[in-house]
Ligand binder design. Structure first.
Ligand code: NI
Length: 180
């Protein structure tokens, strides 16, 4: 229904505790649609509700990555739980819409199984490996307030903070100019 601005770190809204979805109503479907529109606008593979400043427990994943047809709608994961992860690990660079142009090497399990409810409230399970496992675990982390910067040391964290704060300042003055 609407593309909404993605919350960029450091912003406290990314650390809010998230709340379970209890009623699968039009309101939840509206949130899903905003997530879909905002994810596609930013060319993301997934996005969590907290990234739009909404603390309901939902994230979505791009359909092809989630094993569906390209033309299918993105897959909604409401009230997700990680039920299984592999011992085997993978180690590669990861990005996040809340950290524009930042890529961080993150070690993750090679496979992960997630249990969640769809938009009608029906429980389903999805197991993924490689990039899909990485994406599921990354989006799940968002719902627990865990972010990419939690995988780096204090020095790198300060560097990232400087870079993103500067970026935010530049955007704010550009829109001021635009409005004026
Ligand atoms: Ni992210």
């Amino acid at each position: 229904m609407a593309v909404r601005p993605v919350v960029v770190w450091p912003d406290d809204r990314l650390r809010q505790p998230s709340v379970a979805i209890e009623r699968f109503d039009a309101d939840v479907r509206a949130l899903y649609q905003d997530l879909v529109d905002s994810m596609y606008a930013e060319n993301g593979l997934g996005i969590a509700a907290l990234q739009l400043g909404d603390n309901r427990r939902m994230f979505i994943v791009e359909p092809e990555l989630a094993g569906r047809a390209k033309t299918d709608p993105p897959v909604a994961f409401c009230n997700p739980e990680v039920v299984e992860t592999s011992e085997e690990q993978q180690d590669s660079e990861e990005g996040c819409l809340s950290f524009p142009d930042i890529y961080i090497k993150v070690k993750r399990p090679m496979r992960a199984k997630v249990r969640a409810q769809d938009l009608a409230g029906n429980w389903f399970e999805l197991e993924g490996s490689a990039l899909l496992a990485r994406c599921l675990l990354h989006e799940y982390d968002h719902l627990t307030g865990k972010l990419l910067v939690d995988f780096v040391g204090p020095l790198k964290r300060t560097m990232i903070k400087k870079k993103l704060t500067k970026l935010k300042g530049a955007e704010a003055s550009a829109s001021e100019l635009g409005d004026g």
